[in-house]
Design a protein around this ligand. Structure first.
Ligand code: NAP
Length: 534
């Protein structure tokens, strides 16, 4: 008998640490990420103890007899992974915690309350005596967990429970609704903390540089995702949903999320925490086909196996594969690529139903120009053999990855769109280490990886901070926290504490109850602030 990891694996490896026989992999050493899309359990080694199930923060692990319908394929997926990638001998390196510190000797600010900031908070508050102040520009925490993870992936959102343990910890103070760079400068923050850790993510979309890219009807994935997830920055966005076809450029997991949300029945969406304005708009959408465009082939597809597989179970939707070479190749020695090929072959063999909506994966197709007279009418594309054609569409979404915004006063490398660092410790403009300033998450390593990837990233950054602390590099005199609070008050900035967010959370859940939904989010900052004051 064995346990099985399924689609919603967050890859934060909570399960790895508790497995008595080290049968979950691939596992990196503390602070080290691995390249696989998810974790797997080796059925040949699993002793059926179930310790991993208790520890998984997103409920992704099941006993083999209890795997839900639609996830059964993961029995085979877990087993096949180890046929091609046998488990490394020996347990992962044990982690060693720092000893508690004298209260007041280490005060750390974390900027950004998304997954990267939350895992960092968890790492720091494990150690007695450390004082943590978390700053977040929105009145609400969780970053992309709230505003990025698709609303039909509620399992993944359960990881918020893990983050709450850190955010409500007595050694941590939340200062939500405070924007560093606007309400407070980097230097002011640094003057009141021994260390500042930036976990500000990557909220901007990259540009393609195509002619016509900015025509009305052409949007970034960030706008669409932010809109359906009720992010206040995108609450007023509008999308042309009156045409029959939408095209998404890029085939990462974000593109798949968008395609799914566009074609899922609105009754089903209405049972999630999707923004109400998005359900209303999508319920009258005329879109019947979403084309997902990839400039490279299936073997280089950016989406993950689980997300690809799940599209095959979407009610009333056919998945069409175009332009992919589905033949076996001697070079296919990677389990995840082999699985993508298998799944694509299965999709290609299905007979489409004329009344169904369609997701069309079009591989080896490069976008050349967005065309339209005053608004998007289609996309001019080309294949490697020089064949050029136009895909007609009224809505175009560019889902080609995200980029970080520079933080005023903090070094930034515009070529990589990241903050330059070494193991999380920032480098100054001359390339010299700048002890006291750290980064973690997407602003550190670029927009790659799932929620749990941020755990190893946070461990690495915090380990570097401890090295600096032990080397006596974080001993500067700093101002009192009350002085910072006074400065904010003088500027008319009113930070929200953990309890204020709890009031918002309760109000959102209450609104949701009335509509049989997990929550109904406030999409306006003013409404969230009003709920916090009730
Ligand atoms: P991504 O995985 O990096 O995918 C970006 C896509 O854009 C790739 O297909 C890439 O193609 C394409 N692209 C880039 N530049 C292009 C260009 N100039 N012309 C045409 N295509 C171009 O990014 P993402 O989808 O935004 O996802 C970001 C991260 O979040 C990923 O690690 C993803 O796994 C994660 N995520 C996970 C989930 C989930 O687990 N459910 C959901 C959402 C996001 P090339 O490969 O050819 O460059």
């Amino acid at each position: 008998m064995t346990y099985v990891i399924t689609q919603s694996c967050c890859k934060d490896a909570s399960c790895v640490a508790v497995c008595p026989v080290d049968c979950i992999g691939p596992a990196g050493a503390p602070g080290e990420s691995t390249d696989s899309e998810m974790l797997y359990i080796d059925p040949a080694a699993c002793i059926d103890c179930g310790a991993c199930v208790q520890e998984c923060p997103v409920g992704a692990i099941y006993h083999e007899d209890e795997v839900p319908l639609g996830q059964q394929r993961f029995l085979d997926i877990n087993a096949r992974y180890f046929q091609l990638h046998p488990l490394a001998a020996g347990p992962p390196a044990p982690r060693r915690d720092h000893a508690p510190v004298r209260p007041g000797s280490l005060r750390v600010a974390i900027v950004g309350a998304g997954p990267a900031g939350c895992y960092t908070a968890g790492e720091l508050t494990r150690i007695g005596g450390v004082q943590v102040a978390m700053f977040e520009r929105l009145p609400t925490p969780y970053g992309l967990l709230r505003a990025g993870v698709a609303p039909d992936h509620q399992h993944t959102k359960a990881i918020a429970d893990l983050f709450d343990t850190a955010l409500s910890h007595p050694q941590l103070q939340c200062h939500f609704n405070v924007e560093v760079g606007r309400d407070l400068t980097h230097h002011e923050l640094l003057a009141h903390h021994h260390a500042v850790i930036y976990a500000t993510g990557a909220s901007l979309s990259r540009d393609l540089g195509l002619p016509g890219e900015h025509l009305p009807g052409s949007h970034t994935a960030a706008e669409f995702v932010g809109w359906y997830n009720g992010h206040p920055d995108h609450a007023d966005a509008e999308f042309a949903l009156s045409g029959q076809r939408a095209v998404i450029i890029g085939n990462g997991n974000v593109a798949l999320d968008i395609a799914r949300i566009m074609l899922t029945e609105s009754d089903e969406l209405a049972r999630t925490d999707i923004a109400q304005h998005a359900v209303d708009a999508l319920s009258t959408s005329a879109i019947r086909e979403v084309v997902i465009l990839a400039r490279r082939g299936l073997r280089d597809a950016a989406f993950s196996v689980g997300e690809f597989l799940a599209l095959g179970d979407l009610d009333g939707v056919d998945v069409i594969i175009e332009g992919a070479d589905l033949r076996d190749d001697a070079g296919d020695d990677d389990a995840e690529t082999a699985l993508k090929l298998d799944i694509a072959r299965e999709f290609a063999q299905r007979t489409p139903t004329s009344t169904h909506k369609r997701i069309v994966f079009r591989f080896l197709t490069t976008p050349v120009e967005v065309i339209g007279d005053g608004r998007v009418a289609g996309l001019h594309v080309r294949t490697p053999d020089g064949h050029a054609t136009v895909i007609e569409a009224s809505l175009l979404l560019r889902s080609i990855g995200y980029r970080s915004t520079p933080i005023p006063g903090v070094p930034f490398d515009p070529a990589s769109d990241r903050v330059p660092h070494d193991n999380g410790r920032v480098h100054d403009r001359d390339g010299h280490p700048a002890p006291g300033i750290y980064v973690t998450g997407w602003v550190k390593r670029g927009p790659r990886g799932v929620i749990g990837t941020n755990r190893a990233c946070a461990e690495q950054t915090v380990a570097q901070l401890w090295t600096d602390f032990d080397n006596g590099l974080l001993t500067q005199d700093i101002g009192e926290p009350t002085a910072l609070a006074d400065l904010l008050a003088e500027r008319g900035v009113h930070p929200l504490a953990w309890q204020d967010w709890c009031a918002i959370d309760t109000a959102e859940r209450q609104r949701g109850l009335d509509r049989f939904r997990p929550r109904d989010k406030f999409v306006r900052i003013a409404d969230a602030l009003a709920a916090a004051k009730k």
